[in-house]
Design a protein around this ligand. Structure first.
Ligand SMILES: Cc1cc2nc3c(=O)[nH]c(=O)nc-3n(C[C@H](O)[C@H](O)[C@H](O)COP(=O)(O)OP(=O)(O)OC[C@H]3O[C@@H](n4cnc5c(N)ncnc54)[C@H](O)[C@@H]3O)c2cc1C
Ligand code: FES
Length: 681
């Protein structure tokens, strides 16, 4: 990290800039880097080093191989005589490769870390001089790091601080059984890296036990979670893939120190697993070349106290594999057991669900829904309905919040108890949101249309905690009265955890304490929102959404800034101009006068003509039962693959179907290409 700046005012070297540019954050990081990357140690950091009984060190040996090490001494063994120097009254653990990297002028990286307070601080510099008692370092760069992913541990001395002699020293050329055991249970590691002309560095990585996956005797995989975006380690690896990794057995004082190469996984098959790994943004793979096990080398031991709250919202590779397996079952009707019922209002009840087939919960995006299949009337065909998942991704169950309405919802309210099982396909839906976007979000939910909004908000708050920045969000909840208003307390509690980034407004038909009096007009909306470039998310009755959409468009809000989901028939009529109009309007061709439609699964071919109605109605008339729910182009349940031919939509549906897909409920064969239509049905 301690690179000569590529520009006078830029603290980052070419490797760090390359990673930041790849992720599109270089511009933002320049301003942050200038603030947080210093060339001196502020007073408070000098005092911090002076109170440490150990410090992590990154060094390079004679063959330019990086190693991560730990240096131990009585509290006060590190002193900073002035803001550009650190003195260490300690020598490396005998047999630790650090000894080779301790030469005047050699680059060193330090990580001061306190496991009981989770404080940490990073310094890079060069060795100034070395003596029998210790060495001193000229400071080149310093960065105060945040406490994320550091598990809480209490420390004890078990022998004299000067007794650093390992009880045995074993050379490794691959990962043997004890090494694999330590790594597979590890929740913490330290990685050393080095870039030509840019110094050495050492960095902490933490997660839940199982966050490191051993691929074989020479390789393991480590997820990269959201950090400080400086990309010091990844930046060094971009210039030189050699790296060192240290695992500490906190209970025995054993050290497992490895050197080899680390490659960042930017593409390929593994991306799916990374995506399924809760909290992982990317991953790096370490190829072990050699290493040492230094048994009971440290005179220190640590007692586990608590998980870092950040680690707790991350996954493991095993969980990622289980989620991928669950994703593969998206088209299978899976059984889910009801584990909890909560009445959210007089009319809305929440059902917590857990898979009852031994597979993991399916991954989903906030705002997506679950198609469920029920048989309310014995002997009658099952019915299919969609329900938004009102919990957020990463939670340990799925929550559906259902308003008592007609056949299916009435059955769910009256008949479903804890322990009962219902069937569901995998989550789906295009009404989703980017929880980390910078543009403020306005979530407007009317009646039971609050369900996607509560999922969005839970997700925004969780991601805000993970990323240490919460997307500014206004929730506007419209309900008839306080009795039918669901989630009032939950919304307030989420807002309370968002450090002022979330505001909740209620609009009730009869007004009432703390609420505005409905209906929600554009004027009322303007009075509730500060002037800004917002992104709107709407869910509620069709007429309500249409008038809100039209009002927002009249105010100059662009169509693409308004996302909407209808639970029932009646898709939003969008006013789309320019190039976007062509993008969103599928197949503007007129309807065919007559067409031969082949249902390829049954092999049946029949003649369609306009009086048969939509392809869904036509298929039903032929005795087929394609799944459907909204029958209005909103939910995607009737989405079917077109094997040949073209279809026509009467008006653009809310669900954006792909070029070779048809929403059967709102399409007919198109003229000029649809006269012979083959559907995967
Ligand atoms: C993407 C999506 C997400 C959804 N998310 C949710 C959610 O999170 N929560 C939720 O509660 N719902 C949600 N829905 C709606 C849900 O799928 C059902 O449509 C809803 O529960 C009504 O189904 P039902 O079987 O209870 O009512 P139905 O029996 O289908 O009746 C629908 C409506 O017609 C009325 N009706 C029925 N028969 C008659 C009749 N003979 N005469 C007059 N009126 C009649 C009923 O009273 C009711 O108002 C969602 C829908 C979609 C498409
Ligand atoms: S049934 Fe909902 S899109 Fe066709």
């Amino acid at each position: 990290m301690n690179a000569p700046a590529t520009r006078q005012d830029n603290p980052f070297h070419a490797g760090e800039l390359a990673v930041q540019q790849r992720l599109g954050i270089a511009e933002r990081m320049l301003e942050i880097g200038q603030r947080v990357v210093r060339t001196h140690l502020p007073e408070q950091h000098r005092e911090f080093y002076a109170q440490l009984p150990f410090v992590m060190v990154g060094s390079v040996d004679g063959q330019q191989r990086p190693w991560a090490s730990v240096l131990v001494g009585e509290q006060g063994f590190i002193q900073s005589p002035h803001e550009r120097q650190l003195n260490f009254a300690a020598r490396p653990v005998p047999g630790d490769p650090l000894a080779e990297g301790l030469k005047p002028g050699a680059p060193l990286g330090f990580l001061g870390i306190e496991l009981h307070t989770r404080r940490r601080n990073r310094v890079n510099g060069q060795v100034r001089d070395v003596s029998d008692q210790g060495f001193s370092v000229d400071v080149a760069q310093t960065v105060g790091n945040c406490p994320q992913y550091i598990q809480g541990r209490e420390m004890d001395w078990v022998r004299d601080s000067r007794d650093l002699q390992p009880r045995s020293r074993e050379a490794l050329s691959a990962l043997d059984a004890p090494a694999r055991q330590l790594i597979s249970q590890a929740d913490t590691l330290f990685i050393a890296s080095h870039a030509p002309g840019a110094g050495a560095d050492v960095s902490h990585r933490g997660g839940r036990s199982g966050f490191v996956h051993i691929e074989d005797d020479h390789t393991f995989l480590v997820p990269d979670f959201t950090g400080n975006f400086l990309f010091m380690t990844l930046g060094n690896l971009a210039l030189d893939p050699r790296a060192g990794v240290l695992f500490i057995d906190f209970e025995s004082g054993d050290l497992l120190t490895l050197t080899g190469r680390a490659e960042v996984v930017w593409d390929g098959e593994l991306l799916k697993s990374i995506e399924a790994f809760e909290g992982a943004e990317r991953a790096w793979r370490f190829h072990v070349e050699s290493g040492w096990r230094l048994r009971a080398a440290l005179p220190l031991r640590w007692r586990f106290r608590e998980w870092s709250p950040n680690s707790l919202i991350t996954g493991t590779w095993e969980e990622a594999a289980a989620r991928l397996e669950a994703e593969r079952l998206a088209q299978t009707w899976r059984p889910y057991r009801v584990t909890r019922l909560v009445d959210e209002s007089r009319v809305i009840r929440s059902f917590r669900l857990q898979p009852a087939d031994g597979h993991a919960l399916p991954p989903f995006k906030a705002g997506q829904h679950l198609p469920i299949r029920l048989q309310p009337v014995e002997g009658q065909p099952p019915i299919l309905r969609n329900y938004t998942i009102s919990s957020a991704p990463g939670e340990d169950s799925l929550r559906l919040s259902i308003k008592r309405d007609g056949l299916a919802s009435g059955h769910l309210h009256d008949r479903l108890s804890v322990g009962d099982v219902i069937e569901a396909l995998g989550p789906r839906g295009q009404f989703t949101l980017d929880a980390t976007a910078h543009r403020p979000a306005v979530l407007i939910g009317a009646g039971v249309g609050i369900t996607p909004m509560i999922s969005f908000l839970r997700h925004i708050v969780a991601e805000g905690f993970r990323h240490r920045r919460t997307r500014t969000t206004h929730v506007i909840q419209i309900a008839h009265d306080a009795e039918v208003r669901a989630f009032a307390a939950e919304l307030q509690s989420l807002a309370g955890r968002a450090n002022g980034a979330v505001r909740v407004h209620a609009v009730l038909s009869d007004g009432g304490a703390g609420a505005s009096k409905g209906p929600l007009t554009i004027d009322l909306l303007k009075s509730l929102l500060p002037f800004d470039d917002h992104e709107f998310f709407l869910c509620g009755p069709g007429g309500f959404m249409q008038s809100l959409y039209d009002g927002l468009r009249d105010l100059g809000v662009r169509d693409e800034r308004i996302q909407a989901e209808a639970f029932g028939p009646g898709a939003l009529k969008r006013r789309i101009e320019g190039a976007a109009a062509t993008e969103f309007t599928p197949a503007p061709a007129p309807a065919a006068k007559q067409a031969t439609v082949v249902f390829t699964r049954s092999g049946e071919a029949s003649v369609w003509s306009p009086e048969h109605g939509s392809l869904l109605e036509f298929a039903e008339g032929k005795g087929l039962s394609p799944p459907f729910s909204c029958r209005a182009g909103n939910c995607g349940t009737c989405l079917t693959r077109i094997q040949s031919g073209r279809v026509r939509y009467a008006s653009p549906p809310a669900w954006r179907a792909g070029a070779n897909e048809a929403l059967l409920c709102c399409t007919v064969p198109a003229e000029g290409g649809g006269e012979h239509l083959e559907l995967d049905l």
